[in-house]
Design a binder for this molecule. Structure first.
Ligand code: CDP
Length: 217
């Protein structure tokens, strides 16, 4: 069996990595995994069970995640986002979710020839041998603006300042934690999307990926 081609797309909240990863995967005919949805699913289940962020409970939930948990309806809420970065700092939760991510990368579903994984630690921990690694970032102001617009579009009534403060706090939790902190891999290509449209960011990301894995027919 030929080896799967893996593309890692990491970066902070609302930098645009999910949109880019999805579009890159579609263009390449690769499978796509939003690894953040795993941490969000753990958080959503804990909230649904009325449980606090105890490490033992979070680990048990992480160990028993099912496919339908990854597409649950409330995964994108602010409450879930906040708790997801709390459980994501727990080494036992990260360990429970690692094998699934590595299997997805090595044997992409549907027999696809490769996989694009987006998250915080794909290039550093999950798939350190990925053929292409992008670190997608943007200013806090640009990212807070995007998340605010996303929440408005979902019918929520977010307070702009609160969204920005919450995002800053989550960035700090993700970057300062001991277990797999958010940081660019040494061999990652950096893409700042602060002043780029989605199309411009995608075309820059495409050039970077093709530069690493070669042109694909
Ligand atoms: O979409 P957004 O960037 O806001 O968040 P996400 O990618 O869905 O990730 C939610 C949370 O999961 C992050 O704030 C991280 O704490 C955690 N996460 C992680 O620790 N490692 C990953 N590979 C992906 C997400």
């Amino acid at each position: 069996m030929s080896r799967s081609i893996v593309i890692a797309v990491d970066g902070p909240a609302a930098a645009g990595k999910g949109t880019l990863a999805k579009a890159l995967a579609a263009r390449l005919g690769f499978a796509h995994l939003d690894t953040g949805s795993l941490y969000r699913a753990v958080a959503a289940k804990l909230l649904a069970l009325g449980q606090g962020p105890e490490a033992d409970d979070a680990r048990l939930v992480a160990e028993s995640l099912a496919a339908e948990d990854l597409t649950a309806r409330d995964l994108r809420s602010e409450a879930v986002a906040k708790l997801s970065s709390v459980v994501a700092a727990m080494p036992e939760v990260r360990a429970a979710l690692l094998a699934y991510q590595r299997r997805f990368a090595a044997q992409p579903p549907g027999g696809k020839p490769g996989a694009v994984l987006d998250g915080r630690d794909v290039g550093t921990v999950v798939c350190p041998d990925a053929q292409a690694k992008l670190y997608v970032t943007a200013s806090l102001a640009a990212r807070a603006r995007r998340r605010h617009a996303e929440l408005l579009a979902r019918g929520e009534r977010p307070d702009a300042e609160a969204v920005r403060a919450e995002m800053e706090a989550r960035d700090r939790r993700d970057s300062d934690r001991a277990a797999a902190p958010l940081k660019p891999a040494a061999d990652a290509l950096l893409l700042d999307t602060s002043d780029l449209s989605i199309e411009a960011a995608l075309s820059a990301a495409w050039e970077m990926v093709v530069g690493r894995i070669g042109p694909r027919s």
